[in-house]
Write a protein of this length. Sequence first.
Length: 327
Amino acid sequence: MTLNELETLAELSLFELLKRSRAVHEANWEKQEVQLCTLLSIKTGGCSEDCSYCAQSARYSTGVDAERLMSKDAVMENAHAAKANGSTRFCMGAAWKGVRQGTKRFDDVLDIIRGVSELNMEVCVTLGEVGAEEARQLRDAGVTAYNHNIDTSPEHYPNIVSTHTFQDRMNTLQHVQEAGMAVCCGGILGLGEQAEDRLRMLEILSNLDPQPESVPINVLMPMAGTPMEESKAIDSFDLIRMIALARIAMPKAKVRLSAGRTDLSKEAQAMCFFAGANSIFYGEKLLTAKNPSVQRDLELLETLDLKPQAPFADVPKPPAAACVASV
Ligand code: SAM
Ligand code: DTB
Ligand code: SF4
């Protein structure tokens, strides 16, 4: 979708925008279904990067200590519990700038992935930058989707991170697509961006070829000790609008209502689902931050007549490899 088209949609009244996004949603998705995804931080803290929103950067005193890579047994225990709780996707995150083939930690991660991929859930990892060879090895080990967010517009990105560039993020996305893994890519609202930056982010996401399989929309959770600690909360209508625009721009993508749900009312979340969100992180913890309790989420889904996606008989294969449009 072009920036112009997105700008035109963004000018619509809220109800007109919702009417359109709902129609796209119902034409493409089982309208009452929500995917439950469990997130696990397999390597927490001590990251070399300076992403100004992140509690895991070693550059800020956030109270999050650097830990070692979790053992395979501990990860498997969490993955089994996730499956038993109804999650159809297991997402593992590591606080790394990236991974290199031939290193012990990469081999250890590959071994963990091989284990998790036997459980018939989608397997998503987010390990930072990957090259072409690392991407192939991850795919061969059983990763179905790779999460790597662009987070904001290319213009605003240097205000948020200085240790890597927006183009570095795009290069990793290209390696992921060329290796045949699905791309999970989205961003964060509340990084001090302008309305235009949000539309630019959607423009770039929607012009990936193929479009992302999933698009996490996070709301900044201000972390004590980070430069974003005092950031102003965003208006929940901005989030609802962003989800509606993402749904229209990327009809076949799972739109994941991600970080920040602890600060959203039931009513705001209901409007996010109506607008086109069809996936959430499920379980009390994100990576370092809180998520709503399982009990609270089950009650909300029931109130809204939403059904968790049923377990897979066979996890669908990722889309065929293709090129990524450059910025
Ligand atoms: N190190 C890897 C990377 O940066 O791609 C993976 C982990 S990183 C924590 C994954 C994503 O979590 C970030 O791209 C960002 O979108 C999201 N995130 C991190 N901290 C957040 C916060 N405080 N509030 C909202 N989203 C956050
Ligand atoms: C994504 O877009 N959001 C998740 C997942 N991908 C890895 C991470 C949210 C992190 C929230 C802050 C924290 O837990 O530290
Ligand atoms: Fe490191 Fe990822 Fe956090 Fe950036 S977002 S500091 S790369 S863990």
